[in-house]
Design a binder for this molecule. Structure first.
Ligand SMILES: C[S@@+](CC[C@H](N)C(=O)[O-])C[C@H]1O[C@@H](n2cnc3c(N)ncnc32)[C@H](O)[C@@H]1O
Length: 276
């Protein structure tokens, strides 16, 4: 087994722990809805104190948090498989990948998988799950477009970012979308957003990760504003919790469904899709 990998507390990189743990928990509690072959194994290989997360794992709210992490990944998988159906050799690009294996979960045997994140995360990734055949890990800040030079989009490309665009400023997110549109015509970009209330609810999380630029960070109250980001492109949105799947699992309660509707309609959690 690889050496245990240290994840620094209080860093943006630590943000990967919650969705990773959420996927592990969701696969345990809602197995009909969600399976994950890697999350539990990777958690066991991290030098990170999971005591507090384990303690809270039985609460309704944490179970709902796990559902959130899993639904987002299922939404991304839906979009990737949909794109691959017409572009089977496309580049599948996980932006701000953390230790997530969505690219592999959607591997059709012919696509190329790219995982992009900060250098320390990519170093951990290389140790825990080294890049396989047709897969490349790229250590880069997403805001530095040089990483795109490593992505071969000649057969199409789908770029996805799960839980990442919250940490970009609106200006950075727009520049990134425009750069992808210019370099990869015919590609697709998928990411999740929250509205103003959602951003307020995330405030303490931002602070605990040492992020000082909270005010400038992206939130999307009205999806119509996305139309202005990249001219001549198609933009669509769906509900994050219930926009793709009905959360079909016997362990999903009526209260979970109530919270899911609240997330989609009040917190305005959405999956955004650009077709360039
Ligand atoms: C909430 S985690 C999500 C990780 C992964 N997408 C998942 O679903 O498990 C956010 C990830 O985005 C990465 N990230 C945030 N800002 C970034 C940037 N500017 N460039 C590259 N990676 C970034 C962090 O290092 C972290 O791994």
């Amino acid at each position: 087994m690889a050496d245990r990998i240290h994840i620094e507390k209080g860093s943006v990189q630590e943000t990967l722990i919650i969705p990773l743990y959420g996927r592990k928990l969701c696969a345990e509690v809602f197995p009909k809805l969600y399976t994950d072959e890697s999350a539990a194994r990777i958690c066991a290989q991290l030098d990170y104190d999971f005591t507090e997360l384990d303690r809270q794992a039985k609460s309704t709210f944490w179970r709902f948090g796990a559902l959130e992490a899993a639904m987002r990944q299922l939404d991304m998988q839906w979009e990737i498989r949909d794109y691959l159906a017409t572009h089977p050799k496309a580049a599948v690009v996980n932006m701000g990948c953390g230790l997530d294996q969505t690219g592999r979960a959607c591997d059709n045997g012919t696509c190329r998988i790219y995982n992009v994140d900060m250098p320390d995360i990519i170093a951990a990734r290389e140790q825990l799950c080294p890049a396989g055949e047709r897969e490349r890990n790229i250590a880069s800040d997403l805001n530095d477009a040089v990483w795109m030079e490593e992505v071969d989009g000649s057969q199409g490309a789908i770029f996805f970012a799960a839980g990442v665009f919250h940490y970009l400023t609106k200006a950075q997110a727009q520049v990134l979308a425009r750069e992808l549109a210019a370099r990869y015509p015919g590609s697709r970009l998928v990411f999740d957003t929250v509205g103003k209330l959602g951003k307020r609810l995330m405030r303490s999380t931002f602070k605990s990760f040492g992020m000082e630029n909270y005010d400038e960070c992206l939130c999307v109250e009205d999806p119509a504003e996305l139309q202005t980001w990249v001219s001549g492109t198609r933009v669509s949105t769906r509900g994050y919790m219930l926009g793709y799947y009905d959360m079909d699992d016997p362990a999903v309660t009526g209260f979970h469904r109530f919270l899911a509707r609240l997330c989609d309609n009040v917190v305005k959690m959405r999956i955004v899709r650009f077709d360039f």
